[in-house]
Write a protein that binds this ligand. Structure first.
Ligand code: KG4
Ligand code: ZN
Length: 350
């Protein structure tokens, strides 16, 4: 089965092909440089860019793999959460392709596809515990199957990635700042007392990063590190600050995940996903929680938004008989993604 995956939920236009559970090829057009000028993603510009890029990327991907559109068996697309105008471009393209080819289409939950990206390099075992740490979300899930993913916790305000980006902005890094903070942190020495570990004094699995973001910005001002990224004389202090910030995020994520693992003793594996799972310290924190054979994190390029994860999620769902009728809706950020897949009762594979 050859499955096309399409990702346009934010500022990456990406397409990928998965056949029989293996990634065949992927192609991506990033808009990072465009949005960096504005310090964040401009939704109107993002959807316009997706509209320009998607047909070109599709032709290029098929051509370089000597494939025709009629070779596709199944079309999977990110349906949300994300920027509505951006999602609509990908979903309209996917529906048009499926309709023209007479092939099934599925609208994939973007957050679930981040988790299912771990299946690109590994066999999943259920039940699993998963965390998606991205620019818009910090959510903990219990996963019973690819189609049965239950949210156990979420951020009440800012996502961890948002905290990285906002704090990075004050330090003088271009958007998105997470990777740059991570790079500096690796050359720095963390002060465990500089920043708080927020929202741990409770018994739930939710997060709150807005207080940490404010505390970090105040510390930056007190230390005189505003725009330090542009000042080579401050690089050592900047590296130390970034290491302290990384540590505060990691210890907070680690504390809640430890609690989630305690509350779900039957889970076989722990999955880490989303852009912030590319962070070197976050990866070490996850590795400290379970034995190596019980931890799955995608390679860093498949932690940030990509289409391989969408194609893989589509493949896993298709294999189990799931699809959508053409009237499935696109879901903006903040609105729950409905569980409205149809199922072909004749397919029973696992
Ligand atoms: O998953 P993603 O590509 O997009 C969303 O669905 O949000 O995540 C993007 C986020 C950004 O906030 C970016 O700063 C962060 O992931 N990020 C990182 C790293 N690489 C990307 N944060 C910390 N360390 C990194 N190495
Ligand atoms: Zn994402």
């Amino acid at each position: 089965m050859l499955c096309l995956g399409i990702e346009t939920s934010c500022d990456e236009t990406a397409l990928a092909l998965v056949a029989e559970g293996h990634l065949i090829d992927e192609i991506i057009a990033s808009q990072i440089n465009l949005h960096a000028i504005f310090g964040g993603v401009v939704p109107e510009l993002a959807s316009r860019e997706h509209g320009w890029h998607i047909p070109i990327l599709f032709d290029r991907l098929m051509e370089r793999n000597n494939l025709r559109a009629t070779d596709l068996d199944y079309v999977a697309v990110s349906r949300g959460p994300g920027l509505l105008g951006s999602l609509l471009v990908g979903v309209a393209f996917a529906k048009g392709l499926a309709l023209g080819l007479g092939k099934p289409v599925i609208g994939v939950n973007h957050l679930h596809s981040h988790l299912l990206a771990t299946a690109l390099d590994n066999d999943l075992r259920f039940p699993a515990l998963g965390i998606v740490v991205s620019g818009g979300h910090t959510n903990i899930y219990r996963m019973e199957a690819p189609e049965s993913i239950i949210q156990l916790g979420r951020t009440l305000d800012d996502a961890a990635g948002e905290a990285f980006d906002k704090v990075g902005h004050v330090l003088g890094f271009a958007y998105p700042a997470g990777k740059k903070i991570d790079d500096c942190a690796q050359a720095g020495c963390a002060d465990a007392r500089l920043l708080p570990r927020p929202y741990l004094d409770n018994d739930n699995l939710d997060f709150s990063f807005s207080g940490l973001k404010t505390a970090a910005i105040l510390a930056i001002q007190e230390l005189g590190l505003e725009n330090a990224a542009a000042d080579p004389q401050k690089s050592s202090q900047l590296n130390d600050f970034c290491a302290s910030f990384n540590l505060a995020i990691c210890e907070t994520l680690g504390a809640k995940l430890e609690r989630a693992l305690r509350l779900n003793p039957d889970v076989k594996i722990l999955l880490g996903a989303g852009g912030v799972a590319a962070n070197s310290a976050v990866r070490k924190t996850l590795a400290s929680l379970v034995a190596p054979e019980r931890l799955l994190i995608p390679e860093t390029g498949h932690c940030t938004d990509n289409a391989a994860m969408v194609a893989m999620a589509g493949y896993l769902l298709a294999r189990r008989g799931f699809y959508h009728t053409l009237d499935f809706e696109t879901v903006p950020r903040g609105v729950p993604v409905p569980q409205d897949m149809a199922r072909n009762a004749n397919i029973h594979s696992i």
